[in-house]
Design a protein around this ligand. Structure first.
Ligand code: NI
Length: 388
């Protein structure tokens, strides 16, 4: 195996660097899709196009197996201007767009997996479905649209697996846990409505900036005072806008925020509390508040049985020390959750952190980088899953 992956590795690196230099935003991954299709059709995969971008490819399409495994990689990039010395040789060529979340590596890894599976096709008894999913970064989420397209149900998928590069875990390790792994990232827009006027005559106006200041401060107690302390939740206001000049009281202030939880009911309760709190404060000042709540992805919840399968494979391939059991879930979101709403499955973190390649920055940082050696660890796990 190690020899086989060593031979394949330079090709995976070439895929990764090509994708890294040509990043595309969510729902606009046209070149990326064409690149993936070119590689997969050369390998002889059956290709499906359930959405405008992205690809679903099938190995052994004619096989009627009781198990049909789906492996998912997301393919989209972010609206970020890239920086970073370690990536000088292959920095983004699309200004303002960059793979700063490692999806280029997820895709390159899965293209490598496609080649590995092909080489072992005679030994693989199941139908295998490779999902190259668009738009992980933007609501409603490519994962949701793939599920709604019905393609996976039609192909008879029974289990789904996926990974994300992790800047928190070093190369050579896999980190995971059963049960809740990643949170529901719901979003909201909170508008505070006042009445505009001259800055020198606040008594003739209703100042939405003062109201907004009170609301932001008070919202900090929503989690601490209304959520069961044994449950996890976060409320963050990430953006606040109101007014244009120093001598005008504006009509309104708009805030954008996120609610992170592991349960839909809790997220809805929190959003209701935010709305009531904002309205109450606004009314006291003679203004009003309006909340628009946009449900995000569900929480990523790993099935214990499929997670045990991954644990077994990691220990077998790389030894006990390669497996990191996470004690706590993380509050970031992932649209892999949509697959898990219907199929048992596991999402895990691939260690891609290293000092040598400056792969130490967090996800979505302009200097984000993932150590390519992580792919040597990742690809064989999917081959072993397919052979199981
Ligand atoms: Ni990501």
């Amino acid at each position: 195996m190690s020899n086989e992956i060593d031979l394949l590795f330079p090709k995976m690196v070439a895929h990764r660097r090509h994708l890294h230099q040509h990043p595309e935003l969510s729902y606009k991954e046209f070149e990326t899709t064409a690149y993936i299709i070119k590689v997969l059709s050369t390998l002889g995969y059956e290709i499906h196009r359930p959405l405008e971008t992205g690809v679903v490819a099938v190995l052994n399409p004619e096989v009627k197996s009781s198990k049909v495994l789906a492996f998912r990689a997301d393919i989209d990039a972010l609206p970020i201007s890239e920086e970073g010395d370690a990536k000088q040789a292959f920095l983004s060529k699309n200004p303002g767009v960059a793979h700063c979340c490692g999806h280029d590596m997820h895709t390159a890894n899965m293209l490598g997996v496609a080649e590995l599976l092909k080489a072992h096709q005679a030994e693989i008894k199941h139908k295998i479905v490779l999902i190259f999913q668009p738009a992980e970064e933007k609501l409603p989420g490519g994962g949701r649209l793939i599920m709604e397209s019905g393609i996976l149900q039609k192909l008879g998928v029974t289990e789904v697996y996926g990974l994300h590069t992790s800047p928190k875990h070093s190369v050579g390790t896999i980190a995971l846990k059963s049960g809740p792994l990643m949170a529901r990232p719901d979003e909201f827009i909170l508008t505070i409505k006042g009445r505009g006027g001259h800055a020198a005559a606040p008594h003739d106006a209703v100042d939405p900036i003062v109201i907004a200041a009170q609301v932001v401060t008070t919202i900090q107690s929503v989690v601490s005072r209304t959520v069961d302390p044994t449950e996890s939740a976060v409320v963050t206001i990430g953006s606040i806008h109101g007014g244009t000049v120093h001598n005008v009281i504006p009509e309104k202030v708009e805030m954008k925020g996120t609610v992170r939880t592991f349960r839909k009911e809790l997220a809805e309760k929190i959003s209701h509390t935010i709305e009531q709190t904002a309205k109450g404060i606004a009314h006291a000042f003679g203004g009003d508040a309006e909340l628009q709540f946009d449900p995000g992805y569900p929480a990523v919840i790993n099935t214990p049985e499929t997670t045990d399968i991954i644990r077994g494979i990691v220990k077998e391939l790389y030894g006990e020390q390669a497996l990191i059991e996470m004690e706590k879930p993380i509050m970031a979101g992932e649209d892999f959750a949509f697959y898990q709403e219907e199929f048992p499955g596991t999402f895990f973190f691939l260690g891609t952190s290293s000092e040598e390649t400056q792969s130490v920055f967090p996800w979505h940082h302009p200097k984000y980088n993932a150590d390519e050696n992580g792919m040597k660890i990742a690809a064989p796990i999917f081959l072993r899953l397919a052979l199981s």
